[in-house]
Design a binder for this molecule. Structure first.
Ligand SMILES: Nc1nc2c(ncn2[C@@H]2O[C@H](COP(=O)(O)OP(=O)(O)O)[C@@H](O)[C@H]2O)c(=O)[nH]1
Ligand SMILES: [Mg+2]
Length: 393
């Protein structure tokens, strides 16, 4: 990516020359200018004509990605820069294993080829299927690339990463996954209740701890409820997170009715004027009828205090299980109402491509991604940033 780095740097310099009154953000003042570059400029505005005053651009492979110095682009650039360098680093680092896998396979797929022909397309299909993207989504991607190659006539393999990045981002944008703001509580929905569900060990409690941290950082008052009353020490684990983040945890004795914990948590949150309530629940399989019924009971009981609760039923999936995570999502979604997904443990796996498949195949948005065990290793899923990171931009 050295050439791309150099090119980015050139673009940043050009930006500053052409826009003396540009809003200086934290990113723009750092020496690592890469994250200050508006993503859309390289991803989807390849056809925008360049200004005559622009400095000379390198020829290949990214010569077509030009800087558009109009107002829209400036604004886009400003918003993009809100995705700070720190977050970009966490994302890049978290996806490292997946990236290594995808890159190695892509390099292999285009070895000795200068254009994207049928053979390359066949290889690409294999790259995505073996990267856990899933068959249906892979076929969609290949179809898009095929159309693009037919439309643009000559498409060299040197532009492949860029092309894939654009097409996958556009494909994901076709789903109803609205872009989400970072840990913002929807207006008039306070307290906003998130009930967290999923099988054992996927990272529910850890995700709750990270969510508590992020929502607190965003200025919200958070209360946690330890409604996993089955597993010994489950409430202690949540309590440790509560202490770490500095938020109260409502808990009862082990073995008590989880619905009563949820009821007490929501009541307490309401009384305290809290903004966010997060309810931990015991791990369960979609086909465990009594445990699935218990979720309905927890919801019903919370609604006695807050008629709209829970506004979010968050299904946590372990991304490192690849296609199993996908299958789990399918079965859970069929068995109970879920309206948000979190995919965890992306840092430990080369199977991160599963997020693309899940995001494409489910109408339910992937809202959060887990990129490590630390408090700040949870991010709101932004499809464009995710795909760009995956392809090394
Ligand atoms: N590397 C990594 N580990 C994670 C992540 N999320 C959770 N874990 C780990 O996964 C294990 C199970 O997590 P836990 O929250 O107890 O799962 P639960 O049973 O669903 O509540 C713990 O060791 C966590 O530290 C993540 O995003 N990255
Ligand atoms: Mg747990």
């Amino acid at each position: 990516m050295a050439l791309f780095d150099i090119f980015n740097r050139k673009k940043a310099e050009a930006d500053h020359q052409l826009q003396p009154d540009v809003v200086v953000t934290e990113d723009a003042t750092t020496s690592n200018v890469e994250t200050a570059i508006p993503a859309a400029e390289t991803a989807s505005e390849a056809d925008v004509p360049t200004s005559a005053s622009e400095p000379e651009q390198p020829q290949q492979p990214f010569a077509a990605e030009d800087v558009a110095d109009d107002d829209t682009t400036k604004k886009k650039g400003f918003f993009r820069s809100l995705f700070s360098r720190e977050k970009k680093e966490t994302l890049d680092k978290g996806l490292e294993k997946t990236k290594q896998g995808v890159f190695a396979k892509l390099a292999h797929a285009v070895a000795g080829k200068s254009t994207i022909d049928d053979e390359v397309l066949d290889q690409l299909e294999e790259v995505f299927i073996t990267s856990d993207v899933g068959v249906d989504t892979t076929l969609k991607i290949i179809e898009r690339i095929q159309k693009r190659v037919a439309r643009d006539k000559y498409v060299g393999t040197a532009e492949l990463n860029n092309l894939l990045c654009e097409e996958i981002t556009d494909m994901l944008a076709e789903n109803n996954n609205a872009g989400l703001d970072d840990f913002v509580v929807p207006a008039h929905q306070k307290p906003y209740v998130i009930m967290v569900v999923g099988v054992n060990g996927v990272g529910k409690t850890t995700t709750i701890g990270k969510l508590a941290y992020q929502y607190t950082q965003a200025g919200n008052k958070v209360v946690l409820g330890a409604a996993d009353t089955y597993r010994a020490a489950a409430d202690e684990q949540l309590e440790i997170w509560g202490q770490r983040v500095g938020v109260p945890v409502i808990k009862h004795k082990m073995g008590t009715d989880p619905a009563s914990v949820a009821y007490d948590t929501v009541s307490s949150a309401k009384a305290q004027g809290a903004d966010v309530v997060i309810i931990d629940t015991a791990g369960r399989l979609h086909n465990n009828v009594s445990l699935m019924r218990e979720l309905t009971k927890i919801k019903d009981v919370m609604r006695k205090v807050l008629p709209d609760a829970p506004q979010e039923v968050l299904l946590v999936l372990d991304g490192s299980t690849g296609q199993n995570a996908f299958e789990q999502a399918r079965q859970f979604v069929a068995a109970t109402e879920v309206n948000a997904l979190a995919v965890t443990k992306l840092d430990g796996t080369a199977k991160g491509g599963v997020v693309i498949g899940i995001s494409d195949q489910f109408q339910i948005p992937v809202k959060y991604i887990g990129l490590g065990e630390g408090m700040n290793h949870l991010q709101v899923f932004r499809r464009e940033e995710f795909v760009r990171s995956l392809f090394g931009f």
